[in-house]
Every structure is written in C-alpha cells, then in structure tokens.
Design a protein around this ligand. Sequence first.
Ligand code: ADP
Length: 194
Amino acid sequence: MASDFVIQLGLHQLQLLKGDITKIAVDAIVNAANAALAGGGGVDGAIHRAGGPEIMRELDQIRAQIGRCEPGKAVVTGAGKLPAKYVFHAVGPIYRDGKHGEPEQLASCYRTCLELAAERGVRTISFPSISTGAYGYPLEEAAEIAVRTVASWLHDHTGPVHVVKLVQFSDHDHAVYREHAQRLHGAMPHTAHG
Ligand code: ADP
C-alpha cells in the first residue's frame, strides 16, 4: 500500500495511510482496546478476527494478572496470524467533554506505545485512530493530538523506531489527519512528500 503522506523527521518517518490496519505489515500493530481488555467491535474486532484466538488467550492471562488496563495505558501480546510481531492494546479515553483528562490520556496512548516499541526494538509501528469510533472523541481534536504527539516523540528520540504509520479507515478521516499533518509540517523544519 502506498503511503499517502509522509513527514520526514531526520531518519524517522511519520506516514499517514488510508486502509485496513490488519493488512499492513509492521513490527507492532496498536489496537484501540477497552479497559476490560475484553474484545469489542471496530478495529479491536478486526484485529482479533484477523489475528485469531491466540491474542485473546494472551489477554485472558494478562487480565487475570492485572484486572483492567486504565485509559492512556497499554498491554502487549503477540500478533497471532497478523503480519506483525506484537499487538499493543492501548486503551483510549471515552470522550465526555474534553475536560476530564481525555487529551492527556489520548496523547499517553501514543507515547506509551512508542515507548513499548522502543523497548522491544520495533522499527515499524501502526496506529489506528484511537478513541474516534465508539469512544466518541471528536476527530479533529484526536487527529491533532495523534499527529503532534507522534511527531514530537520521533523528534525527541533516536532509537529503533523508524517508521510510524497512522492508519485511517475512511477517506474523510484520512483527509482530516492529512490536514493536521500538513499544518504541523508547515510549523516544522522538515520535508514532506505526497
Ligand atoms: P474506539 O473505541 O477507541 O473509539 P473504534 O474501533 O470504535 O475504537 O474506532 C477507532 C477507529 O478505528 C475508527 O476511526 C474506526 O473507523 C477505525 N477502524 C475500524 N476498523 C478498522 C480497521 N480494520 N483498520 C483501521 N482502522 C479501523
């Protein structure tokens, strides 16, 4: 799948893609999970369907140990049959009004997964649009947080993580992410393609 928009940050790339995250080969796929780690619809359902039952078996063990996973945090499993080594199950905030810590929790999802990736020597990682489906986060605000948080993390870290793919499932979502990436790029001393 061609990358539709790329921000080059030194040796690192932030890519925006439109597509199905379960079809894109990377080292680590981020899932938009729920606090119960119980599986659900949306991208979570797609990841479990494509990855097979092994992923839920691992989550059962994690759940037995830690109970729940709070918003802004993530747990790690293998990726079953998905074209990846790991799935990072990040729990996004359920949007209320934006004044209950939602922006911080959403940014924390992206940062936490990037840290997990760096610790595991992950070079390529993909994220869905966390919290903007069933969890109701306004897309414009979520896209701005996603693009800014990832770009600033990549800017600040030299490590194994080379390519971060933000994957949008619809043309509309992709256009909104792209707009924010272009705006951010205008504010950054880097080159963009696409
Ligand atoms: P949340 O509960 O965090 O809001 P959802 O899964 O409901 O999570 O939605 C998050 C985003 O994932 C939405 O933009 C949805 O369109 C998108 N999505 C759903 N299926 C896929 C998929 N297969 N690949 C990429 N994104 C997907």
